[in-house]
Design a protein. Structure first.
Lengths: 289, 289
């Protein structure tokens, strides 16, 4: 069977890299062949699944340095009928790509603002006097590197391979433990939660009925009372008015478990809207490659 | 007395606009004259205060659509001896700037990715076939508009005035209630919290001693038990490892209040590091202009 997997493009970025890991793993563990479908935004990758254009999407959910990927959270909330199937944790290794003969001749370094921020210490130590230019399209920059040997870009090892460009320095991120958690998302089916699946993580989001003192705490106490660990809490604006929030929560439990089912039932008495994004396990790309 | 106020540059952006509101208000309410000092980043604006180069900084804390400004949160956590003095709430009104004679002749629209996202609906309705180009420097684009009458930029009304460029459409953001909360921040003094100040809001952040089930809930219950409303909760990665968080919390109370003082004392038994960023009131630019 052919499986189409939507991801944020273009080729060479970390979302494509995560999708490749996932596809290789799928091919190893089952007979499925998969094809990658790059989309110009995270929102469009997720919409492709809802519209049936792709069977799954792989989207970044959280980075260990930058925190939650708000576009993923906001789109998961907006779109119905999406289900997280798996979390994929991938180390992020930034490399310096340039046709310069040595670091000394580099005058400008281009990259996405987040990548520049994540390599700030290295840049200050090794390239203290270069001009840093934030850019949204690293691809455009990579095409320019071949004609400008005084320029460099920070990107992934895979981008260097794809564009056949030399890597001058690898692993230049200041935090070596930099990694991103991706979600593999598929369309919702009516069979969800009918069988006990015993997965380790459940992601959900809710808005509260009233912005009363303690309303959020009461909602969270439900899980604390069951000794269920909440591994993440994130607030996002409802976009209605300043100070009104949605809450995104990850708990370390399976939503098909009967105790968790009744906890979610109790939670729904405090919430205005409650969405369960699914129960899933997490794998590291280090373990599956 | 001359007061120097650091803010994110360049001229024409919303941080400068907020700083101008604040300065005008200061001039009206007291004898202080103030000068604005633009800095290339939010982090550098805050560092300028710590280093004594500026007396105050005005930084964006939260937008009603985009949520928390993570750079502000992360820098407030990293730097010691900063104190929030005031919250300033300012409506964000995006305008379309172009030398085109009408909307029909526009082929490309440049802006910061967040501004493009915030005007997505308007752009789809009124300029469905233009090319949208995300850019980090709107200033650079504004300089280009005069020679390219097929191009447009989304920016602030003030940017149009500064560059003497025509506004083709105003208030084009999809959410009319789009507003940003800025913080006016100054250096810490030893006198803080010695006097009861009766301010409405207190911002604080903490890391927890242990990532145990219910640890966060226990910390939050302290305020809930006192009937103190928590108006915001935000988690940020500790940047040590994926799944370890700091929590940023706003409560509707003054930290100099004796009951809150003992609540904070109790909170500190659960926290590894606890930072109080100050107690302050909030004003709207609509009320002070």
């Amino acid at each position: 069977m052919n499986l189409s997997i939507a991801h944020l493009g273009p080729s060479g970025n970390y979302s494509e890299q995560a999708a490749l890991f996932y596809v290789n793993w799928l091919t190893k563990t089952c007979e499925n062949q998969a094809i990658l479908c790059p989309y110009p935004s995270i929102a469009q990758s997720l919409k492709a699944v809802v519209q049936g254009k792709a069977m799954q999407a792989i989207v970044p959910a959280e980075n260990s340095i930058e925190g939650s990927v708000t576009m993923t959270m906001d789109t998961m909330w907006q779109l119905d009928s999406l289900r997280i199937e798996l979390a994929l944790i991938m180390p992020i290794v930034h490399v310096l790509i340039s046709c310069a003969s040595s670091l000394d001749t580099i005058q400008t370094v281009y990259s996405h603002p987040q990548a520049l921020a994540q390599c700030q210490g290295w840049l200050e130590s090794f390239l203290p006097s270069v001009q840093l230019i934030p850019t949204n399209s690293t691809t455009e920059v990579l095409e320019r590197l071949e004609i400008d040997s005084c320029a460099a870009a920070i990107s992934s090892q895979r981008a260097a391979q794809l564009y056949n460009l030399p890597i001058l320095a690898a692993g230049i991120n200041d935090h070596p433990d930099n990694c991103t958690r991706f979600w593999v998302v598929r369309g919702n089916t009516s069979q969800d939660f009918q069988f006990v699946s015993n997965k380790k993580h459940t992601s959900l989001a809710f808005s509260l009925r009233a912005n009363k003192p303690g309303a959020l705490v009461k909602a969270l106490e439900i899980f604390a009372a069951l000794n269920v660990n909440m591994s993440r809490i994130e607030s996002r604006p409802t976009k209605r008015s300043l100070g009104e929030y949605l809450f995104f929560i990850d708990i370390e439990a399976d939503a098909s478990n009967q105790i968790i089912q009744s906890a979610l039932q109790e939670l729904s008495t405090y919430t205005e809207v409650l969405k369960i994004f699914g129960s899933y396990d997490a794998v590291s790309t280090r373990d599956i490659s």
